[in-house]
Structures are given as structure tokens and as C-alpha cells.
Design a protein around this ligand. Structure first.
Ligand code: FAD
Length: 385
């Protein structure tokens, strides 16, 4: 496979980099800091991308996109993640919520939600995990009881990223009781300010105070028109969503940027670093490039409409491990300057600590690394998926 980007894609990359230079303040670390201005920056950035036709450029024009290729979209993902995700939480709407609505939504749902995502106007969250249903997601207990005109939902979600900032949620709940755990699981799309929903932020986490939340549902009414896909058949939509999510973050791109910033930071002093660090740096760069190619393979499979669970999981295993390898190297090379308040770290101070924290969580989020390995093993050895 030849993954060389077209001249048009490289032009796009150049345009995105100048937009990032113009619009992001120095030291920008994403939307989830204690400074509310950072979330506002990401919303303005999404509007600017949307105005330039580049927020959802790989989406069909019928849904607000530009019929671009997945490789153009890949360039957008790479540049965004490399620069601490100036789209903030909206990357989820583009990466998997929109595609899930395109694949499973009714015409009315497509008309309502896709233009708002394409315009950069809405933030979504994902209500899948529960206190006793993470890796074993199919054992989720949140119930949706059929009532006149819809359902009443009761239960609890946890680790819900961005719920505090979001307007909409894709929620997984159980309707009825099937013979198998996957049966009955149903997806809903609903606003998070609906009566009966309580969002409780989880303030003490290594990702800071504004990322993770618990979400409680107390007899929340959802209409029949808010069911995404067929009732009881949400598992297929969840798999579709998670496969898109797993290759949706171009983590390797930030790794490569930080590796080159590290090299630039030491400049002429590079050769004075211990040889072990320099060898580690070279090895990390090779791993980053391999992670990039595995990600491209999964994206190519997705674009061809093939089965992608295993490709996406394989890419995710390597990408998240590489994230951690790079994070450790950066800390070893910089010492205490890697910390947010490091005196001499320059552009790397803060960025490295932030990268390290998110790298630790990466082998848990979106399905743990152990579960990704299990998915890969099943696809090679056969057996239940
Ligand atoms: C940063 C972050 C963001 C997140 N955002 C969201 C979100 O927006 N929405 C959402 O719904 N969820 C979200 N999650 C939750 C995430 O999907 C779960 O944490 C994850 O699926 C693991 O579930 P758990 O935490 O219950 O761990 P558990 O499932 O309890 O796992 C604990 C440990 O046991 C291992 N384990 C469990 N079962 C097996 C098995 N069969 N074989 C081998 N090992 C096993 C796991 O690999 C893990 O190491 C987020 C998590 C993080 C860290």
C-alpha cells in the first residue's frame, strides 16, 4: 500500500498549521484546563474550520461535508491532535457520532444532528460505561422501560468524558431482557439537559478537573424518535462507533511533534545527552512511524467498507503503547523541566506533563489494551467477537 499524501492533502496541512499559529495562544493545552477561555478557543476554532469547509470535509456534501477523502480527514486529525486538539471535545462528533448517525439514524435524526455537528455548534458525549460495565460493556444495567410514545430511562453512567460541556449524549441502555447479554441493548440520542439527568463531575483525576463525569438518569423520558437504530440492536452500532473512535485520535502525530520539539530544545547540547536517551529517542521515532502506518491500514480498511474491529484494535494497541514510550522518554530527557511549572522547559513544559497524563489513560479509554488484544486474538484465532 502506498500511503503518500497527495499535494492537495499537503496543502491542507500547511493551511491548518497557519490557522493553528494564528489562532492558538502559546502553550495551548486543549479545552480541559481550569481556564474557561480554553473551551471558548476550541469552539471558535471549530467555527473557523467549519467556515473554511474543513471541519467535516470527508463527510458527504449532503450532510454538510465536502465529499473529501478520508486521507484529507486524516491530515486534519493529525494536525489537530499534534497541537493539543484545538477542536476540543467536538472531535467526537466528527469522528464517530456523525458517522453513527449517518449509518443508523433516521432521516429526521440526520437532518437534525448532522448539520449542527458540521457547523461546529454542538458537543456530544458518550454514555456507555457504567460502574460495573466497562470492559464487559454488554453487561450494562441502565434500563429503558417502554412507555407511551417512548421509554423511561433509569441508571448510571461513569467516566463520561465532556458531559459537563456537552449538549447531547449517545446513550446505551437495555430494553427488555434477551437470552444473551448483547440482546436488548439500544442506543438513544438525547439532550443532556433533559429532566431527570444529573451530571456530577469527577474532579480528582490525573486528567484534571474538567474531563470525566458521572451521569445519573432518573426516569428520563426519551421519545421513540430518539432511538438510534433498531430497538434492541444497539450492539452493532456500538461496535461501529468504537471502531471509528479507536482510530479517530492521531496520537502518533503528537508523539512525532514532541520528539522533534525535544530534539530542537536540546539543539547543540543533544550529543551531551546520555547515549541511552538518544537511542531511546530513535527507537521511539521508529515506533511512532509504525503506529502511523498501522493506523493508516485501519483507515484504509474503514474507507473500503471492510470489517475493521481488529485493524482498529491492533492500531490502538501500538499507538497507545507508543504514547507511553514517548511520554517516559520525554520525562527522562527533561527531568523536572517536563513538569507544568518546569522553569526551563520552554514550549515543552506543560505539553510533556499533559502528554504523559493522557498517555497513562490511553490504555484504558475506548476499551483497555487487554480488551483490544483480546479482539485482535479473536480475529486471528476465530471465536466470539
Ligand atoms: C480518559 C478516559 C475517558 C473515558 N471516556 C469515556 C466516555 O466518554 N464514555 C464512556 O462510556 N466511557 C469512557 N471511559 C471508560 C472506559 O471505556 C472504561 O474505563 C474502560 O472500558 C474499562 O472499563 P473499567 O474502567 O470498568 O475497567 P474494568 O473493565 O473493570 O477493567 C479493569 C482491569 O481488568 C482488565 N480486564 C477486565 N476484563 C478483562 C478480560 N476479560 N480479560 C483481560 N483483562 C480484563 C482490564 O483490561 C483492566 O485492566 C473513559 C475512560 C478513560 C480512562
Amino acid at each position: 500500500m502506498d500511503f503518500t499524501f497527495s499535494a492537495q492533502a499537503e496543502d491542507l496541512r500547511t493551511r491548518l498549521r497557519s490557522m493553528i499559529d494564528e489562532r492558538l495562544p502559546p502553550g495551548f493545552l486543549g479545552a480541559f484546563t481550569d481556564d474557561p477561555a480554553d473551551l471558548a478557543i476550541t469552539i471558535a476554532f471549530c467555527h473557523a474550520l467549519a467556515d473554511a469547509g474543513e471541519l467535516v470535509l470527508a463527510w458527504p456534501s449532503a450532510y454538510g461535508g465536502a465529499d473529501g477523502s478520508v486521507w484529507d480527514q486524516t491530515v486534519v486529525r493529525e494536525e489537530m491532535w499534534a497541537h493539543h486538539e484545538p477542536r476540543g471535545p467536538q472531535y467526537m462528533g466528527l469522528n464517530w457520532v456523525g458517522p453513527a448517525i449517518m449509518a443508523f439514524g433516521t432521516d429526521a435524526q440526520k437532518n437534525e444532528h448532522l448539520p449542527k455537528i458540521a457547523a461546529g455548534d454542538v458537543i456530544w458525549c458518550q454514555g456507555f460505561s457504567e460502574p460495573d460495565a466497562g470492559s464487559d460493556l454488554a453487561s450494562l444495567k441502565t434500563r429503558a422501560e417502554p412507555v407511551e410514545g417512548g421509554f423511561r430511562i433509569t441508571g448510571q453512567k461513569i467516566w463520561t468524558s465532556y458531559a459537563e460541556m456537552a449538549q447531547w449524549c449517545v446513550l446505551a441502555a437495555r430494553v427488555g431482557s434477551g437470552a444473551k447479554k448483547h440482546e436488548g441493548i439500544t442506543l438513544f440520542v438525547l439532550p443532556v439537559d433533559r429532566e431527570g439527568i444529573t451530571i456530577r463531575p469527577i474532579r480528582s483525576t490525573m486528567l484534571g478537573r474538567h474531563h470525566l463525569n458521572e451521569v445519573f438518569f432518573d426516569e428520563v423520558f426519551v421519545g421513540d424518535d430518539e432511538v438510534l437504530g433498531p430497538v434492541g440492536e444497539g450492539w452493532a452500532a456500538i461496535r461501529h462507533a468504537l471502531a471509528h473512535e479507536r482510530v479517530g485520535i492521531a496520537r502518533y502525530a503528537r508523539c512525532e511533534r514532541l520528539l522533534s520539539l525535544l530534539r530542537a530544545h536540546f539543539g547543540d547540547r543533544w550529543s551531551e545527552l546520555p547515549e541511552a536517551i538518544r537511542v531511546w529517542w530513535a527507537r521511539a521515532l521508529v515506533e511512532v512511524r509504525a503506529a502511523r502506518l498501522l493506523s493508516y491500514r485501519a483507515i484504509a480498511a474503514q474507507a473500503a467498507g471492510g470489517a475493521v474491529d481488529a485493524d482498529a484494535s491492533l492500531a490502538r494497541v501500538v499507538i497507545t503503547q507508543t504514547d507511553q514510550l514517548v511520554a517516559e522518554l520525554l520525562f527522562r530527557a527533561l527531568g523536572e523541566d517536563a513538569l507544568r511549572d518546569g522553569a526551563h522547559g520552554g514550549v515543552l513544559a506543560g505539553a510533556v506533563e499533559d502528554h504523559w497524563r493522557y498517555a497513562q489513560a490511553a490504555t484504558v479509554a475506548s476499551g483497555t489494551i487487554e480488551m483490544q488484544r483480546t479482539l485482535v486474538a479473536r480475529s486471528v484465532l476465530g471465536g466470539r467477537r
